[in-house]
Design a protein around this ligand. Structure first.
Ligand code: NAD
Length: 483
């Protein structure tokens, strides 16, 4: 019998008023139920919001260094449980062991980083125009915030929202995605173990319609930090805007890597191979378009196919190159895009079929796919697939490549592989993306620099991570003090 977990509300692990639970299965072996979680209601969300609002003044009054010390202890508690958290992440989301261990370490580091930042929440002092006056700014917590997160980084993303929110003195109600609530639960256990006061951070599981929607629109919530698809993010931003809540939505991507003739093609293939197929292509920053100069196009396609064919797909617990998709829905969506690609006239060079034999029989496995002869107006070149599918598009020159790279509605991450410095600089200037890289994969982020997208990838109001991650969770008060 699988374990059942409660919501974490007002410092207690409690059942939903619905009396119902839902199950999470292992995507590598779907007959294994990982655990059961509360199928919460809007009433449960209201109880959690009430708890968070009730304790907000107290948490805001807690000195920053004390809040920071608590975050440090939570990070240490997670570090001590890193193996358990890694396994939980592999079993519910399907990541490989190495990917999951890296993500858990990222969360540990994020708690340490914002634990330190909680000491540094100063303002600025300026020269006033009048005499006997002080003119300065103070940073205050926004209030009670909601955090709505996706399944693909279920430890790192909640951590990079929770840690700055708590560091800045906000109270929080968090909703994880229903595909992967277990890893997020471990973070809350660590916060509890670290001595978090009751009600300061709350965790409520359940469907987007019942749990997510009230977290976006409730009048007790002062700010909504959402990460997920552009479709849902748009709904969240609209709901939050009805009473002018602060809102931050970080959403989908259709990330290009441009390959120029001066590139070492083998190196470019490695960059794209990891960028496109790592995390099973289920990263918002995954490379899904290789835009390749005509001079190296054929060589690139041949080497990319060889790379894809050598990828070992398997259960994350065995630490292969690529794990399963997270769910049946995600597998179906990837397979549909493979069909669209074929129907639209692209050439499926390799992969794209569901793996069903032997060890693959009970999992959501698809062999990594490479399409060539892709036109930029095809659906596989325009829409986020969120699976291990790479579209290779031919460019006639640098200007053409840059234009193709920008000719999508998304603008999250982008890279170029080149030995030509001028090309690299022109790319960095011209690319419409929140993250721009040279000779690197589109995935992979440093935690101490801002992260966010352009265009439909983000509301583009605030950035996450680094110092910028605190901006969303604070308000600036300007003080004129005459004496
Ligand atoms: P999703 O949009 O389906 O769900 C995200 C969260 O929103 C989940 O917790 C879900 O339950 C909740 N939700 C669903 N309906 C809701 C509603 N009506 N109101 C409020 N909340 C609701 O996304 P997903 O499938 O979990 O994640 C994949 C998506 O996330 C991809 O598009 C990916 O690009 C994006 N993503 C973006 C970033 C980034 O930083 N830009 C990072 C990771 C993932």
């Amino acid at each position: 019998m699988a374990r059942e977990y409660g919501n974490y509300v007002n410092g207690e692990w409690v059942d939903s008023e619905s009396g119902e639970t839902f199950e999470v299965v292992n995507p590598a072996s779907t007959d294994e139920v990982v655990a059961r979680f509360q199928n919460s209601t809007t009433g449960d969300v209201e109880t959690a919001i009430e708890a968070a609002v009730g304790t907000q003044d107290h948490w805001a009054d807690t000195p920053g260094p004390e809040r920071g010390a608590l975050l440090n202890r939570a990070g240490q508690a997670l570090d001590a449980r890193s193996e358990e958290a890694t396994e939980a992440l592999v079993r519910e989301e399907g990541k490989t062991w190495a990917e999951a261990a890296g993500e858990v370490q990222r969360a540990v580091d994020i708690f340490a980083y914002y634990g330190q930042k909680a000491r540094d929440l100063g303002g600025v002092v300026k020269s006033p125009s009048g005499r006997r006056t002080e003119l300065y700014t103070k940073r205050e917590p926004l209030g009670t915030v909601s955090i709505i997160t996706p399944w693909n980084y279920p430890i790192a993303i909640p951590a990079w929202k929770l840690a700055p929110a708590l560091a800045a003195g906000n109270t929080v109600v968090a909703k994880p995605a229903s595909e992967a609530p277990n890893s997020t639960r471990i973070i809350f256990e660590c916060l509890d173990e670290a001595g978090l006061p009751d009600g300061v951070a709350n965790y409520v599981t359940g469907p987007g319609s019942e749990v997510g929607a009230p977290l976006a629109g409730h009048d007790g919530i002062d700010g909504v930090s959402f990460t997920g698809s552009t479709a849902v993010g748009t709904t969240v931003a609209r709901a939050a805007a009805t009473d002018l809540k602060r809102v931050q939505c970080e959403m989908g991507g259709k990330n290009p890597t441009v390959v120029m003739p001066s590139a070492d093609v083998e190196e470019a293939v490695k960059i794209l191979g990891v960028g496109a197929f790592g995390t099973t292509g289920q990263s918002c920053t995954a490379a899904s378009r290789a835009i390749v100069h005509e001079q190296v196009y054929d060589e690139f396609v041949e080497a990319m196919v060889e790379y894809a064919d050598a990828i070992e797909v398997g259960s994350g617990l065995e630490n292969p190159d690529v794990g399963p998709h997270v769910s049946q829905g995600e597998v179906e969506s990837t397979l549909e895009y493979v069909d669209h690609g074929r129907d639209e006239g692209a050439t499926l060079e390799t992969g794209g079929e569901r793996l069903t034999d032997g060890e693959y029989a009970d999992g959501y496995y698809v062999r990594p796919a490479v399409f060539s002869d892709v036109d930029n107006d095809m659906r596989i070149a325009q829409e986020e697939i969120f699976g291990p599918v790479l579209s290779v598009i031919e460019a006639s020159d640098f200007e053409d490549a840059l234009e193709l790279a920008n000719d999508v509605e998304y603008g999250l991450s982008a890279s170029i592989v080149t030995q030509d410095l001028t090309e690299a600089d022109e790319f960095l200037d011209g690319i419409e993306a929140g993250v721009a890289k040279v000779n690197e994969k589109t995935t992979g982020l440093e935690l101490h620099v801002p992260f966010g997208g352009y265009k439909q990838s983000s509301t583009n109001t605030y950035r996450e991570q680094g110092d910028a991650g605190l901006d969303f969770f604070t308000s600036t008060k300007t003080v004129y003090r005459n004496y």
